[in-house]
Design a binder for this molecule. Structure first.
Ligand code: URA
Length: 249
């Protein structure tokens, strides 16, 4: 959902509450029009998302759509879009931020330095890459690996949401703030989001540091970050094993 629009709506609703609390029953017509205008925009956005997503009946069809995508300027500078890869029936889906240099060249997610670390992190909790599905919020590499812009994330969001719908994971691991903020619809700092489960559409979502972030530090800072990441991974492992031994198989 467009954050500016929803924030504006929140603001207006708070304003109206305040007006009602003052005992004023008449609300100016232009204010009402503004609210319905915003709500209409929000509904349209949702509809757009559904329309695009409805075109893909399965994952490979969706992948073909992503390969032809030109919804944002990143399509012009990419070598390859990076749709994601892994199990088609995963308990766990991993969502990063955006492809980097190596991913752009190979068209595969997390195959560079942060990918190596991700593979090690997964192995530390007895998981292999092919057991999970790995993707990123944005499917094309932003120039010089900069953080994806809001409009690039919005353009790509339908693909991520459709991937989640088709893969039907029981757990999602968000690597870094971009994934967490996009899926959870919040701007809370990563430090307060990590270490506990959240929900996206009834799916448990855990947030932890992006491996690329961990790779930036050394010394005491790295020791501290690794300790926190390990705590997150253990939480994930415990939930993963509970689910694996119970329902999905
Ligand atoms: N970082 C990401 O977030 N995704 C990738 O695919 C690679 C690095």
């Amino acid at each position: 959902m467009n954050k500016e629009v929803s924030q504006e709506l929140k603001h207006l609703k708070a304003l109206f509450k305040g007006i009602a609390a003052l005992g004023i029953s008449h609300v100016p017509k232009r204010h009402l029009e503004k609210i319905s205008d915003i709500e209409e925009k929000m509904a349209k956005k949702k509809l757009q998302a559904t329309t695009v997503s409805l075109k893909a009946a399965d994952l490979s069809e969706l992948e073909q759509i992503v390969h032809k995508c030109h919804l944002c300027p990143l399509a012009q500078s990419r070598k390859n879009p990076v749709f994601g890869e892994g199990s088609k029936n995963p308990i766990l889906m991993i969502v990063g931020e955006a492809p980097g240099r190596e991913e752009d060249i190979q068209g595969r997610p997390f195959v560079g330095r942060s990918g190596e670390l991700l593979t090690k992190m997964l192995r530390a909790i007895n998981l292999e890459r092919q057991e999970v599905f790995i993707t990123s919020v944005v499917k094309c590499r932003p120039p010089r690996n900069r953080t994806p812009k809001k409009e690039e994330i919005e353009a790509c969001l339908t693909y991520l949401l459709k991937q989640i719908e088709l893969l039907d994971p029981k757990l999602i691991l968000c690597l870094g703030a971009t994934a967490a903020h996009t899926l959870l619809g919040t701007e809370e700092p990563l430090a307060t989001l990590r270490g506990k489960f959240h929900q996206y559409n009834g799916i448990k979502v855990l947030v932890t540091y992006h491996p690329a972030y961990l790779l930036r530090f050394g010394g005491a800072k790295l020791v501290n970050l690794k300790r926190q990441a390990w705590h997150d991974l253990q939480l994930l492992q415990s939930e993963y094993e509970k689910i694996k031994n119970g329902a999905k198989g």
